[in-house]
Design a protein around this ligand. Structure first.
Ligand SMILES: NC(=O)c1ccc[n+]([C@@H]2O[C@H](COP(=O)([O-])OP(=O)(O)OC[C@H]3O[C@@H](n4cnc5c(N)ncnc54)[C@H](O)[C@@H]3O)[C@@H](O)[C@H]2O)c1
Length: 328
C-alpha cells in the first residue's frame, strides 16, 4: 500500500484524491494547502488528516509519495522538498513558470530525478496511448503529420490566468508533450495567439492559439487551442502516415445517436472537462506511478519531459510575440 499526501487541494488535487481513493494499492493520509478551507474539505471528504504546515508533509512517517497540485510557481520548491526527504513525487505540469527554474530543479535533483513523475496525464488516455503504440508498430507507415486539438469549455478565472505562466505554458504544455510523445525532439516552432475573451486579454494572455512544429526528420505537427468552446471540452488527435491515419474523436457519455427528418448523426454533448474526459488517464497515470514506485524503477514521463515541454512553450511564446519562427 502506497501512502500519499496531496499538496494543493484545488481542482487537480481533488481529481488525484479521487484516483487515489479508487486505487486498491493507494491510500490518502495527508492533505496540505496554504488555506484551511480547501485542505479541510478535501481531507474530510477522503478520510485523511490535513495540515497548513508543509514541514508536516515532509516529516510524515506515514507518507511514502506526494502528489503536487499546488500553483505552478510552487512546484519546484515542493518537488525538491519532497525528494530531499526521500518521498516519491507525482508533480503536475508545468514543472515551473520558466526554463531557468525548471533546469535548476533538474540539476538539483541529479540522480534523484528518477523519483519524480510529471503529470502529463494525456499520455495515459486509452485512445491517445493506443494510437501512439500503433504508430510505433508501423501500422500507418512513416508518421508525417500530427494534429492535436484541445479546446477548454470555458476560460479559467482571471486570478488563475495571472499565475499560470500564459496559455503556452499552462494549456498548450499538454499538447507540446503529446507532440514530443509522437515526434520526439522538435527543431522548429511557429506560434500565433489571439483573443476572443476580453477578460483573458485584459490579463495579458492569449485565449486562442495555433502552433506549427517540425522535428529533425521533417514530420510536422499542428496544435489547435482555445480557452472556450461552445460545445464543451474538445479533445481530438489525428496521426497521419504514409500508409493511412489513426484518429481519436471526442468522447460522449453514451454512444447513442439520433437521426430525424432534419438531422442525422446527432449525439449527446461531449464529456464536460478534464475530470470526466481524462478520468481513465488520471487513473492509469497513478497506476504507472505506483508500479514504478513498487518496482523501484525509472518513471515516465519524467523531469526531462517536463523541461523539454517547457522549452517548447517558451519558444512558442517568443514566436507568437515576435511574429517569427523559433529554431531550437
Ligand atoms: N494535468 C491536468 O489535467 C491539470 C488540470 C488542472 C490543473 N493542472 C495543474 O495543477 C496545478 C494547480 O491547478 P488547479 O487548477 O488545481 O488550481 P486551483 O487554483 O484550483 O488549486 C490550487 C490550490 O493550491 C492552493 N495553494 C495556493 N498557494 C499554495 C501554496 N503556496 N502551497 C500549496 N497550496 C497552495 C490553493 O489554495 C488551491 O487550493 C497547476 O500547476 C496546473 O497547471 C493540471
Amino acid at each position: 500500500m502506497i501512502r500519499f499526501a496531496i499538496i494543493g487541494a484545488g481542482r487537480i488535487g481533488q481529481v488525484h484524491a479521487r484516483a487515489v481513493a479508487a486505487h486498491p494499492e493507494a491510500t490518502l493520509t495527508l492533505v496540505y494547502d496554504a488555506f484551511e478551507a480547501p485542505a479541510k474539505a478535501l481531507a474530510e471528504a477522503r478520510g485523511a488528516r490535513y495540515t497548513l504546515d508543509i514541514d508536516e508533509v515532509y516529516n510524515a512517517a506515514d507518507v511514502d509519495a506526494v502528489i503536487i497540485g499546488s500553483p505552478t510557481a510552487m512546484h519546484v520548491e515542493h518537488i525538491l522538498g519532497s525528494v530531499r526527504v526521500g518521498k516519491r513525487v507525482l508533480c503536475e505540469k508545468p514543472v515551473a513558470l520558466d526554463m531557468a527554474e525548471a533546469v535548476r530543479c533538474m540539476e538539483e535533483l541529479g540522480d534523484e530525478a528518477r523519483r519524480v513523475m510529471l503529470g502529463f496525464n494525456r499520455r495515459f488516455d486509452p485512445s491517445f496511448a493506443e494510437i501512439n503504440a500503433r504508430v510505433a508498430d508501423g501500422e500507418i507507415g512513416q508518421l508525417q503529420q500530427l494534429t492535436v486539438t484541445s479546446r477548454d469549455p470555458q476560460g479559467p478565472p482571471a486570478e488563475y490566468v495571472a499565475g499560470s505562466g500564459g496559455i503556452f505554458k499552462d494549456m498548450t504544455i499538454h499538447d507540446f508533450d503529446m507532440v514530443r510523445f509522437f515526434l520526439g525532439d522538435i527543431v522548429e516552432v511557429s506560434a500565433f495567439g489571439t483573443n476572443a475573451d476580453e477578460a483573458i486579454k485584459a490579463a495579458g494572455d492569449f485565449d486562442q492559439a495555433m502552433v506549427l512544429l517540425r522535428n529533425a526528420d521533417g514530420a510536422l505537427a499542428t496544435i489547435v487551442n482555445s480557452r472556450t468552446c461552445a460545445y464543451g471540452y474538445d479533445q481530438r488527435l489525428e496521426a497521419f502516415g504514409a500508409d493511412g491515419a489513426l484518429n481519436a474523436e471526442n468522447l460522449t457519455a453514451t454512444s447513442v445517436r439520433k437521426a430525424s427528418a432534419t438531422q442525422t448523426q446527432a449525439q449527446g454533448p461531449v464529456l464536460d472537462f478534464f475530470l470526466s474526459r481524462y478520468e481513465a488517464a488520471y487513473s492509469r497515470e497513478l497506476d504507472a506511478f505506483i508500479a514504478a514506485v513498487v518496482e523501484d524503477r525509472e518513471i515516465s514521463p519524467n523531469i526531462v519531459d517536463g523541461v523539454e515541454a517547457l522549452r517548447l512553450a517558451e519558444a512558442a511564446t517568443q514566436s507568437a510575440r515576435e511574429g517569427r519562427t523559433v529554431r531550437l
